[in-house]
Design a protein around this ligand. Structure first.
Ligand SMILES: NC(=O)c1ccc[n+]([C@@H]2O[C@H](COP(=O)([O-])OP(=O)(O)OC[C@H]3O[C@@H](n4cnc5c(N)ncnc54)[C@H](O)[C@@H]3O)[C@@H](O)[C@H]2O)c1
Length: 394
């Protein structure tokens, strides 16, 4: 195959294409398992050796309740359709390389931290076979495929459009529903050329029962980061409305329901801020597209402001708790606070990114005891009881 991907659809149809998934985390493992269960031979390339070995033995390293994932992994490993390794030389055997490594932002200045992405794409550029299709599923700041991924692949020896095809197909999965989301969420297939986008569509049609839209790489990057930025900004507005309601003594839920009677309005529910893996991070990836291009006076204002508004909600809520206790002549120190809905979403199976964690310096300092329930799709919810005083402020 060349970068024109001749015969690609036929090789999708007869399942003779070999797939390599780079990074077997929350996204990469279900992607690898799903392509294997669709009939492809899949090798997972994972940097973390114990994780790679566990997956190669059919052991699922993803905690929490992920319906169907662990049995499907065992099945694919036993049927020899899926293996996992740390040996990057196996990249050479793949016709399609799917990159699912982490793309966080730096804690201090919120710019993309692409260390894993750079290492992965440079390795792929050096070791992938000529004619391979390299698809990045990791979430990217708009412009990253053209400005960085192309550059890293080419510095390592390939020529995009000539010896490699390149695409971006961002994920819409959520922990707790990884397999189900992967199969039922629509996807944007962004290609370096329309031919690449069409080939990606044929490939993803084997695992996704939903719309697959062909686009360019930058449109795919924008779509993913914009959808989560939109959510963050709307949550920030709900939180600010709630604070105005508190200040003037009105009931937020009453005001919200009346506002939403006006056509085209849909104020969200206010809360503790924004938890989870993607929504607190992706607005920074979205905004980073401007940092790299515009002079400081053209930097975005709304998106960082929404982030700041949401980030201050845990502290604000802990102040409300303190005031409510004071009204009952109780101190926060030594109080037992029940947090209902501790996890960041209904289906979350981990509290790691919950905004209800005692993350404010204030609660960590005072140290009330907290009892929390993490909702789970299982019949009996997992319970955790934790002392705020023992937790590190995040
Ligand atoms: N977790 C989610 O719910 C979710 C949802 C949608 C999109 N995403 C995006 O998907 C991407 C992956 O997220 P994740 O949650 O799966 O991350 P993760 O940290 O769970 O997994 C990343 C994996 O990649 C491995 N890795 C890193 N560099 C590597 C390399 N050079 N070679 C081989 N393996 C390497 C890591 O060891 C890790 O196991 C991110 O861009 C994220 O924003 C995540």
């Amino acid at each position: 195959m060349s970068a024109r991907l001749e015969g690609f659809e036929a090789r999708v149809a007869d399942r003779s294409l070999r797939v390599c998934v780079v990074g077997l985390g929350y996204v990469g493992l279900p992607v690898a398992v799903t392509f294997a269960s669709a009939g492809f031979r899949v090798v997972g390339l994972e940097r973390d050796e114990p994780r790679a070995h566990a997956i190669a033995r059919g052991e699922c390293p993803i905690g929490g309740d992920e319906p169907g994932l662990a049995p499907l992994l065992v099945e694919q490993v036993l049927q020899d359709r899926l293996t996992a390794t740390t040996d990057a030389r196996l990249l050479h055997e793949a016709d399609v390389v799917i990159v699912c490594v982490e793309t966080p932002v730096e804690a201090d200045h919120h710019r993309p931290a692409y260390r894993a992405l750079e290492a992965a794409t440079r390795t792929i550029g050096g070791l992938a076979r000529e004619g391979a299709l390299v698809i990045v599923e990791s979430t990217l700041s708009p412009g990253t495929m053209e400005r960085r991924v192309r550059h890293w692949l080419e510095e390592a020896g390939k020529k995009v459009g000539v010896t490699l095809a390149m695409g971006h197909c961002p994920e819409r999965v959520m922990p707790g529903r990884l397999l189900a989301n992967l199969r039922t969420m629509s996807r944007v297939c962004g290609g370096d050329t329309p031919r690449t986008a069409a080939a990606m569509r044929a490939l993803y049609a084997t695992i996704v029962q939903a719309e697959l839209d062909e686009a360019s790489c930058v449109v795919a990057e924008l779509t993913k980061t914009a959808e989560n930025t939109y959510r963050d900004v709307n949550i920030a507005f709900a939180n600010e409305l709630a604070r105005v309601c508190e200040a003037v003594g009105a009931d937020f839920l009453e005001v919200r329901s009346l506002v939403n009677k006006s056509p085209g309005r849909n104020v969200l529910v206010a809360g503790l801020g924004v938890g989870g893996h993607c929504i607190p991070k992706d607005p920074w990836l979205f905004a980073a597209a401007m940092h790299e291009r515009a002079s400081p006076e053209h930097a975005l204002s709304l998106v960082p402001a929404a982030r700041a508004a949401n980030e201050q909600m845990p502290l604000h809520v802990s102040e409300l708790v303190e005031e409510a206790l004071a009204a009952q002549k109780r101190a926060l120190a030594g109080a037992c606070v029940a947090v209902l809905g501790y996890a960041y979403s209904r289906r979350a199976t981990t509290s790691a990114t919950a905004r209800a964690r005692p993350s404010s310096p204030r609660s960590a300092r005072v140290g009330p005891r907290c009892a929390s329930t993490i909702p789970s799709s299982r019949a009996s919810p997992r319970r955790s009881t934790t002392s705020c005083a023992t937790q590190t402020p995040s």
